[in-house]
Design a binder for this molecule. Sequence first.
Ligand SMILES: C[S@@+](CC[C@H](N)C(=O)[O-])C[C@H]1O[C@@H](n2cnc3c(N)ncnc32)[C@H](O)[C@@H]1O
Length: 322
Amino acid sequence: MHAPDDDFRRRSWSRYWASGALTSLPEDFRANYDGEIRSFWHGRCADVPDGGRVLDVCTGNGAVALLVAEGLAAMGQTATITAVDLADIQPQRIRQRFPALAKYIDTIGFVGNQPFEAVALDDASQDLIVSQYGIEYCEPEPAARQCARLLKPGGRMALVTHATDSAMRATMQQELEQYEVLADSGLFQRAREWRSGSLGAEGFVRALARIDAVIRGRPDASGSPLFGYVLGLTGQVARWQAARLQAQRAAVIDAVVQLEDGRSRLDQMLGVHRLLESPERFAGHFEQAGLALDEHGPLTYRGTHAVGHRLLFSKPDDPGRD
Ligand SMILES: C[S@@+](CC[C@H](N)C(=O)[O-])C[C@H]1O[C@@H](n2cnc3c(N)ncnc32)[C@H](O)[C@@H]1O
């Protein structure tokens, strides 16, 4: 099984956030999470004293940090909000794309290119830790220890993890297998070679013709959107004259790199879904680190479907404190 290293993870997510999406579900949310998700995060602001500290883990383009900033502003409160992600995060890009959010973006300290497990904020410095579709991407035990270390005694942590079910996992597994067919056919490697110059354009076109044949020989060739996309690409390239191909070189390589990033994200997501199979077991990592699980259950959206699983934790008050 392909296991993406940190650099590869970072690259795939950095490219995703550079595309300008505000959340990890851009097909479902044109801008930020809304409805019950927004209300859930606004509700968490009651756990933040005025002037307190909030940390958003695996923030992406800051969706949850922004909802917390918005919720606190509605209460007339301020806080120091830090938003951490492994990927390269550029707040000015978010500001440009969503100018109406500028007043909240400017209240958030974004820390990109930083694995949460290694964040060097002070011990017992945070009143509230939040994360949506986020912390489950970290190494569970080091991440849980970080949360326990960073929270103040009496501090709270609220997580919304991905909703999982076996049908979704099976679909993701199937799609990942299709990505592996592309990897095994040499698509990603040939594109890398074409980019580095160790393979010429003709060699790349021949490789694509072989990849086309491999896909067409599969029984699932016509039912798969992924294969459909690649066949569209191979068909187009096959029709191009040399000059057109040269002009489109960067775009073709970019399309293949995006496919490879898609495989990396799906691979990570599948790992995450396995980890979340049992919310109690997932919560156990945080309990072992010293946090108390106060409540958990599905987070429903539009009153009907579960968009995630919410878990609320607290750090017990320091028994030695008066
Ligand atoms: C599914 S996205 C969710 C982003 C955001 N919370 C949202 O809901 O839009 C998961 C994020 O986790 C980040 N990530 C993965 N592993 C990480 C780690 N070890 N430390 C910090 N961020 C990490 C990825 O870069 C990615 O931005």
